[in-house]
Ligand binder design. Sequence first.
Ligand code: NAD
Ligand code: ZN
Length: 243
Amino acid sequence: MQRMIENLKEAISEGGVIAFTGAGVSAESGIPTYRGKDGFWTKYDPSKYASIEYFNLDPSYYWSFFKDTRAPLIHDARPNPGHVALAEMEKAGYLDAVITQNIDGLHQAGGSKQVIELHGSTRRFYCVDCNKKYSLQEAEGALDVNLPPRCNKCEGIIRPDVVFFGEMLPPGLLEKAFTLAKSASVIITVGSTLIVYPASHVPAVAKQAGARLAIVNDEPTPLDDIADWTLYGNAGEILPQLI
Ligand code: NAD
Ligand code: ZN
């Protein structure tokens, strides 16, 4: 492992690095991954709160979930040494961007500037009818008055700026991620099962275009066979060693 880390550090020192992150990078900040075995996800059914079809049918289900479980997490979670290490790598000029599947905003909180949020963010909201934007604080204020919260301009339902299952990724964002992937020298994937398409395609595209692939995860992934480095363990412990 130490040898692999030294070898990867050498590759990073040549620059042109991008990171691709999933729920695992935030696990040490106390945000459960989908695959976590604790009871967190059992009270609310992800096939309901994460689905656009169900949101349109009954938005109060999502907002009850948000109020009970998501909001406290967002307020309490702090970036961990893994997020901070990626931010430092960017500040030092080696890392060009973080492409993330996460919706928690912790990369930005940890100091990263170039962050592509493929699945949006649960810190931004908008009205489904007039598109008026709401901050987390404003959405929570509206949620105190109404369940589901309603727009103060047109009474429309307020929704999170996230990609629900059944929705397309924001236009242009995936293309931007692929463009970065195609020109990267090294791509480091962190805390992702690498199975949720189309986002999971990014590391494969980078590799095909000639990038070297590093995988940091606490369990094997389907791309381990084509990886140049596989570092098994906690992101918050491994990433700081790359600085
Ligand atoms: P996932 O939950 O499917 O997989 C996470 C991976 O990280 C697993 O392989 C797990 O073993 C590994 N892992 C867990 N803790 C780790 C640690 N400390 N260090 C290193 N690896 C660790 O997540 P995914 O691949 O991102 O895809 C699922 C979807 O879940 C994404 O679309 C994402 O938007 C969503 N999601 C986001 C959040 C968040 O924003 N924090 C949380 C849960 C799920
Ligand atoms: Zn409105």
